[in-house]
Structures are given as structure tokens and as C-alpha cells.
Design a protein around this ligand. Structure first.
Ligand code: HEC
Ligand code: HEC
Length: 498
């Protein structure tokens, strides 16, 4: 068979174009990039407690004002007293305002566990909660939407309005208690790091009864119930993540990283906006939430109003405990109608989309930091923590076409049994988590000294967070752990410079 020059050209072209789609090429220039959030980054030489509270700098004044209006509602404490103007909270909830979990727009505070590591009850203003569902039930959809625990929902509300539980004022569906399990990681060079992981216990569930054998029982205690802890993440740069083109995320998923054992996948999740606009297919790519289980800042934020606080809105009009026996206790005082109007709700969404990413601080070009940045890629961290994107078009112009460095591929990865919550969430398995963005991470403790790393806040330091990496990240973690101590320190310094 004779192959013409033209055929070869065509084949070469097809090969090259397929290849360029399948491989996201980036050089080492990310190591030197200072303004991780593009032109609208908040530029400062030093970190401060307000570094996460800044609006995207490049927005026009009218939008800056809208941002400030949204901020007021993000910080507003809602009340569960139906005679008050700020009514809306509850009847079951996890906290009273967005800002009391997202402290200074950063992470939430970890519960304080005493020195004897005794079981401690989650009280008011707790920023950690449990997502719950039953396994082995036929999911409502092909997409694997979690199935609510009968009599409960898909989130466990540990707080409640005064009258919700006759004999336990202010308790929600159940009490949640927490303590830690400790372990030690040993490097080959003899150094060791103490690790901790939270354990949870459910007490006093509202449906507690005694079975035939005299055992205390509740639907929550059955074997098919799965519980996954979620610790409040920071709020910066979320609109920019929304502006990343879907095809760029899919291209990252299509890379062949099998030599590293890495196989990122998008989540496909229920989208309340598509539902509201009567789409036939109401699923979108997941980007937000620690398992990428929501598609947009709007869906996540308005879901949080209803779920985390019990503040109903036109997107999520039903009380979070609607259809469960518990709500009957509160019916006499429950006010009809949604608790927050669209204008207010959408201002909060706008606020959540337009928090700037702080620039790296003045030391970002120090020799150690630059060396650590290069090694970050060599040991495979960048296979998931993708540094570079150029955003596409977003309805908020300041977010469009920005060169950003979020350090996430927004994909799900199996992170091993050590991090697993064993609870499915749409396409995410019990081992899967979305790669965390690393921008701003070096300011975590400056913003909130009680904040922690990873999905349940278990890691007190960047080093602990890295050492928990398993599953698809095992090879990368092992390469990190086998580096000499000064090179490990450089990588940690680099991450703290972000
Ligand atoms: C009880 C604590 C709590 C409250 C109150 C709360 N959040 Fe959150 N927030 C969380 C947790 C935990 C997550 C991660 C959820 C998950 O992974 O399923 C989260 C995630 C988010 C995200 C996605 C962040 C990301 O990186 O994917 C946004 C946006 C958000 N919250 C906005 C809000 C807004 C707006 C409010 C107020 C209406 C609010 N939150 C109230 C705890 C809280
Ligand atoms: C296979 C993908 C993958 C690789 C490789 C990987 N990570 Fe991660 N990383 C993740 C995921 C997923 C999480 C979130 C886990 C969780 O929430 O429990 C995470 C979380 C983190 C966190 C905590 C972030 C936070 O906000 O709490 C740090 C720090 C981190 N990674 C650093 C690294 C470093 C350094 C390396 C290289 C040694 C690395 N990662 C390699 C996927 C990866």
C-alpha cells in the first residue's frame, strides 16, 4: 500500500491535535507566579486576619457595593424566634450564620477536645457536621444521589429550636460527640510525626426506642447508615473556579497518569438551577463541596442556607426536616413561606463568588521556596494539584479570562482507606475526595488559629496533611517521605508561600 505525503500529514495532524488535547502542558513558571487569583487578586506583602475578606479588586464600584451588601447577610445571625425580624433559623440546623462556620471567610474552628481526649459534645457554633445516608438502597437517580436516612435527611442537624425536642431543648435530630484517635508516622530517617483523626458518636437521637431485647435503637444505629464528616473550607476564589472551562477539567481527567496510579474523574451532580429552568437533564459537573457534590456557588450557597441553617429560599423552599416526624413538634410555631427573598439570597451568592485570592507574600521568591516549588512537580503533587488555568467567560466580567493558579484539577481521586468516609455522594465513592485548592493555604492559621487541614480538619500542619495522602496519591506521598528532611521542608515552605 502506498501512503501519500498528504495522508502522513493528516495522520500527524490528527495525532498532534489529539495529543495536545490529552495533555495539559505547563512549565515551571507557576513557581514564580505571585497573583494566584489573576488580575483581581488581593495584593499584600504580609498576611493578615482579613486577607480572605477582600473583594475581587478589578470589579467596578457598583459590584463592590453589591459584594458589601452580600457580606452583611453572610455575617448575619438568624433567629428561630418567629416574632423577630431576623427570623428564619431552624427548626433544625448546624449553625446560625454563614460566617460562624466560614470564620473570616476561612476555615471553621475545630471543636476543643480536652487533654484526656474525652468524648466532647458538638455545641453551638460548631463548624463540623456529618453528612448521612443509607447504602444499598436503590438510588433515586442513575447519578447516585445519596438516599436520606428514613426519618432523617442527608445531613445530621445536631442543633434545634427550643421546642423541637420536648425533653432536650436546643438539641437537633441527635447529639454528635467527638474525640480523636492518635497514630504515629515514622520517616526512614527516624523522624516521626504524631497524627490524629476524629471519631464520632451519636447520642440521644430523637427516634430512640428500646427493641424486644432491651437494646436502645434508632434508625441511625442500623448497619446500612453511612456518616461522613465535613469541616468548613475557605471561601476564596470560588467564582474563578466556576469560570474554569468544563473542557479543561475533562482534559485533565483524560490524561494518562497511570504510571503514577492517578485517575481523576469528575463528579456529575444534581443542579437546582437546571431543575428550576425545567431542563430534562438536571445534572452538571460537580465543582464545589469536598466531594464535588454541587455544581455551582449558587447551588452550594442556597443549599447551605436551607441545610446548614434551616433558612428556606425559593431554590430550596422545603424545611430540611420536612416529611420527618420531628417537624410535627414545631408545626404550631412554624411560619409559612420562605425565610429569605431572592434578592438577599442572590447577593450572598454574589459575595461568595467574588472573594479575592490573596497574592503570595513578599518572600515568595526565596531560594528554598523556589526549590520546593520545583520539587512539588517532581514528586507528583501537581498531577492532582494542577497549578495553571486560564478561565473562560463568566457572567461576572472580572472573573473572565484570568490566568489563575488554584492548585486543583477539581477532580475526584481515591485517597485511600485512611481518609475514606465510606459514604458515596453521586459518582464519588467512599474513598473519593475532590483535590483541594491550595491557593491561600499558607494563611490558614493567620485567619483562624483553630482551623485544620483535610476534609475533617484532622491535620494540624501541612506535613500531617501530606502524610495522610494514600490511594492514588500514595506514590507521590512516598516520594515526598523518602526525600531528605531539608527537601521535605522546602516543599512545605513552598505550600505555605501560596
Ligand atoms: C455548619 C457550618 C456551615 C455553615 C453555617 C455554612 N457552611 Fe458553607 N460549608 C460548610 C462545609 C462543611 C462545606 C463543605 C460541604 C461539603 O463538602 O459537603 C461548605 C462549603 C461551602 C461552599 C463551597 C466551598 C468549596 O470549596 O467547595 C460554599 C460556596 C459555601 N459553603 C457557602 C456558604 C454560605 C453562603 C453559607 C451561608 C448561607 C454557608 N456556606 C454556611 C460549612 C458551613
Ligand atoms: C492523587 C491526587 C493527589 C496527589 C498526587 C496529591 N494530592 Fe494533595 N490532596 C488531594 C486531595 C483529594 C485532597 C483532599 C483530601 C481530603 O479532603 O481529605 C488533598 C489535600 C491536600 C492538602 C490539604 C489541603 C487543605 O486545604 O486542607 C495538602 C496540603 C496537599 N494535599 C498537599 C499535597 C502535596 C504536597 C502533594 C505531593 C506530595 C500532594 N498533595 C499530592 C489529592 C492529591
Amino acid at each position: 500500500m502506498k501512503i501519500s505525503k498528504l495522508t502522513i500529514l493528516v495522520i500527524t495532524f490528527i495525532f498532534l491535535s489529539l495529543n495536545s488535547q490529552a495533555e495539559i502542558i505547563f512549565d515551571d513558571s507557576y513557581v514564580m507566579q505571585r497573583n494566584l487569583g489573576g488580575d483581581g487578586s488581593y495584593v499584600a506583602n504580609f498576611g493578615t486576619t482579613v486577607a480572605f475578606k477582600q473583594p475581587v479588586a478589578t470589579m467596578p464600584p457598583a459590584l463592590q457595593e453589591k459584594h458589601v451588601t452580600g457580606d452583611g447577610l453572610f455575617e448575619k445571625n438568624f433567629s428561630d424566634d418567629p416574632t423577630r425580624l431576623d427570623y428564619g433559623l431552624g427548626p433544625a440546623y448546624n449553625n446560625i450564620s454563614c460566617a460562624s462556620c466560614h470564620i473570616r471567610d476561612g476555615r471553621g474552628s475545630l471543636p476543643v477536645i480536652n487533654a484526656n481526649n474525652e468524648w466532647t459534645k458538638l455545641g453551638q457554633n460548631e463548624a463540623i457536621f456529618l453528612r448521612i445516608s443509607v447504602e444499598n438502597y436503590v438510588s433515586k437517580t442513575l447519578y447516585g444521589e445519596p438516599t436520606a436516612v428514613p426519618g432523617y435527611s442527608t445531613q445530621l442537624f445536631h442543633l434545634g429550636s427550643y421546642h423541637l425536642r420536648k425533653n432536650s431543648p436546643n438539641t437537633g435530630q441527635a447529639e454528635v460527640w467527638m474525640k480523636y484517635e492518635y497514630s504515629t508516622f515514622q520517616y526512614a530517617d527516624g523522624q516521626s510525626v504524631k497524627l490524629k483523626k476524629p471519631l464520632f458518636q451519636i447520642r440521644n437521637p430523637y427516634d430512640l426506642s428500646t427493641d424486644e431485647s432491651g437494646q436502645a435503637t434508632s434508625r441511625l444505629f442500623k448497619d446500612d447508615v453511612r456518616m461522613g464528616p465535613r469541616m468548613t473550607p475557605p471561601m476564596i476564589g470560588l467564582g474563578l473556579l466556576e469560570a474554569i472551562e468544563q473542557q479543561d477539567i475533562l482534559a485533565l481527567a483524560n490524561r494518562d497518569l497511570s504510571a503514577w496510579g492517578v485517575h481523576g474523574r469528575p463528579n456529575w451532580v444534581y443542579d437546582v438551577e437546571k431543575q428550576k429552568n425545567n431542563f430534562v437533564n438536571v445534572y452538571s459537573m460537580g465543582r464545589f463541596g469536598l466531594k464535588s457534590n454541587t455544581p455551582s456557588v449558587l447551588h452550594q450557597s442556597l443549599g447551605a442556607f436551607r441545610g446548614d441553617m434551616g433558612v428556606t429560599n425559593s431554590f430550596f423552599p422545603d424545611e430540611s426536616i420536612a416529611g420527618t416526624p420531628l417537624i410535627e413538634n414545631i408545626f404550631p410555631t412554624l411560619k409559612q413561606g420562605v425565610n429569605i427573598n431572592d434578592e438577599d439570597a442572590l447577593n450572598v451568592v454574589f459575595y461568595a463568588q467574588t472573594l479575592a485570592v490573596p497574592s503570595r507574600r513578599k518572600e515568595y521568591l526565596e531560594t528554598d521556596i523556589v526549590a520546593g516549588g520545583k520539587n512539588f512537580k517532581n514528586v507528583g503533587c501537581a498531577n492532582c494539584h494542577q497549578p495553571e488555568f486560564v478561565t473562560g467567560k463568566h457572567s461576572i466580567e472580572a472573573l473572565s479570562f484570568q490566568r489563575i493558579a488554584p492548585y486543583t484539577d477539581l477532580l475526584l481521586h481515591d485517597m485511600g482507606d485512611g481518609l475514606a468516609d465510606n459514604r458515596r455522594d453521586f459518582q464519588a465513592s467512599g474513598n473519593d475526595w475532590r483535590t483541594r485548592a491550595l491557593w491561600g493555604i499558607g494563611l490558614t492559621k493567620t485567619i483562624n488559629a483553630r482551623g485544620g487541614f483535610l476534609h475533617d480538619g484532622r491535620a494540624a500542619t501541612i506535613e500531617e496533611a501530606i502524610l495522610w495522602h494514600g490511594g492514588e496519591a500514595q506514590m507521590s506521598r512516598d516520594k515526598f517521605a523518602s526525600l531528605p528532611v531539608d527537601e521535605r521542608t522546602q516543599i512545605i515552605k513552598f505550600i505555605n508561600s501560596l
